[in-house]
Design a protein around this ligand. Structure first.
Ligand code: NAI
Length: 462
């Protein structure tokens, strides 16, 4: 008899959500995790600690930029880096303990250690073999470095090291203008560092709606970020003072060197499936190292499923969570579903940037007739009251049917505002549906409604 109906390998957002939901559905579940704490990369060394540092440094920025304007006098506080790190760790600890509690509450067994799959239906943790009717691989991803760069997590760091530097650097070179580079770059910029971002492409945040990306770059430049675009990084080496990075400009092949106290390598992540024994089992993989799955997250080996960063798709915690929920349903004999067309993406800088659905470039490429409704936060009273009137909402709707096809927001609370449009898209709403919905005044959300109005007869406050 099997020890468990399901063993999930990995307790990140994909794995732990899958385990809890499967237990809710009546399955006997275990979750294997080798870290000291649950929650995976996201909770321990990713999304959550970075949000703590972004919050602390955003407050500092507010003191510098806006306090006097509001009659709050007294000067800027000094930064106690150790205390800020302790605050960050408290936030992490609270969350990881929370998951431990949820495991107990839902009777999910935590198998402590690193798991492998010696045979279908078996998971080995330490010296013990546990039998399982079903196995879900939710092992996530690791930072993908570049050839010629040796990460030491002290001076040449990935996001993990960047979250726990020994001291506040005076200068940082960020390789890669993606989400990690711009979020962690913001943290150190606000703490006074000179931040230079070196990016291979000619624009920041690849894949984002080009108009938003351009605007975002302008805003970050105003904040003091320096960008070197169209630059292929060749290598980075440690020096007496810090590190030096060499890159080649694509336009003329010229080679350049830049020095900094710290170098953050933020050039993407790769699936982490080492040591699981998948190759020996004959589990098929994709070309870029992800586990190959069908429409129900099943691999080609019966009883083995995979989700999250370990499979194809955006490497986002919430995408992994949704897949975790859905695969739990499938294993419990129900119907699991993920709408891959409505997965929001958020960058937690100030201002925040958020998007869902199609970009204007994608619609053009697909030959879809669309209309654009735009509304600037300059016309939003609430945003102006809190000095956050930069940015705009851009809503894309089908020209014929008015159905909402995508939304891209740069501005205050963008990461929360976007969900109104996620919901609209899930229900197949039109821009007019959004425009006819009462939005409280004064809220940032009125900017979304105004963008929807701009898809029709026109916005009121622009
Ligand atoms: P990314 O894929 O977002 O960006 C990497 C950037 O590095 C790209 O712009 C790429 O063109 C550039 N690059 C690659 N090779 C280069 C070279 N040799 N020289 C110069 N530039 C080069 O990757 P990132 O920021 O490391 O994030 C990893 C993953 O983590 C992403 O999938 C991201 O979605 C996820 N993540 C999500 C967050 C969020 O949702 N807020 C926060 C942090 C990470």
């Amino acid at each position: 008899m099997a020890d468990f109906d399901l063993i999930v390998i990995g307790a990140g957002p994909g794995g732990y959500v899958c385990a809890i939901h499967a237990a809710q559905l009546g399955l006997k579940v275990a979750c294997v995790e080798g870290r000291e704490t649950l929650g995976g990369t996201c909770l321990n060394v990713g999304c959550i600690p970075s949000k703590a540092l972004l919050n602390a440094t955003h407050q500092l920025h507010e003191v510098h930029e806006n306090f006097e304007k509001m009659g709050l006098m007294g000067g800027a506080p000094t930064v106690d880096w150790e205390k800020m790190q302790a605050y960050k760790q408290d936030v992490v600890n609270g969350n990881t303990k929370g998951i431990e509690f949820l495991f107990k509450k839902n009777k999910v067994t935590w198998l402590k250690g690193w798991g492998s799959i010696p045979a279908a239906g078996q998971v080995k943790v330490g010296d013990e073999i546990h039998n399982a009717k079903n196995i879900v691989v939710a092992t996530g991803s690791v930072a993908a470095s570049l050839p010629g760069i040796e990460i030491d997590e002290e001076v040449i760091v990935t996001s993990t090291g960047a979250l726990a530097l020994g001291s506040i650097p005076k200068s940082v070179v960020v390789i890669g203008a993606g989400v990690i580079g711009l979020e962690m770059g913001s943290v150190y910029k606000r703490l006074g560092a000179e931040v230079t971002v070196v990016e291979y492409l000619d624009a920041i945040t690849p894949g984002m709606d080009a108009e938003i990306a351009k605007n975002f770059q302008k805003i970050l430049t105003k904040q003091g970020f320096k960008f070197t675009l169209g630059a292929a990084v060749q290598g980075a080496t440690r020096t007496d003072k810090g590190a030096s990075v060499t890159y080649k400009l694509k336009k003329d092949d010229s080679e350049h060197t830049i020095e900094a106290d710290v170098v953050l390598v933020a050039t993407g992540r790769k699936p982490y499936t080492d040591g699981l024994g998948l190759a020996e089992l004959g589990v098929e993989m994709e070309q870029r190292g992800q586990v190959k799955i069908d429409a129900h997250w099943a691999t080609n080996v019966k009883g083995i499923y995979a989700i999250g960063d370990a499979v194809v798709g955006p490497m986002l915690a919430h995408k992994a969570e949704d897949e975790g929920m859905a695969v739990a349903e499938v294993i419990a004999g129900k119907h699991g579903h993920v709408n891959y067309g409505v997965i929001p993406g958020v960058i937690y800088t100030t201002p925040e940037v958020a998007s869902v659905g199609q970009t204007e470039e994608q619609l053009k490429a697909a030959g879809v007739a669309y209309k654009v409704g735009k509304f600037p936060f300059m016309g939003n009273a609430r945003a102006k009251a809190v000095f956050q009137a930069e940015g705009f909402v851009k809503l894309l709707a089908d020209k014929e049917t008015d159905r909402v096809l995508g939304c891209h927001i740069i501005g205050p609370g963008a990461g929360d505002l976007i969900h109104e449009i996620c919901m609209a898209m899930e229900f197949g709403a039109s821009a007019q549906d959004v425009a006819l919905t009462c939005h409280a005044h004064p809220t940032y959300s009125e900017a979304v409604r105004e963008a929807a109005l701009a898809c029709g007869d026109g916005a009121i406050h622009a």
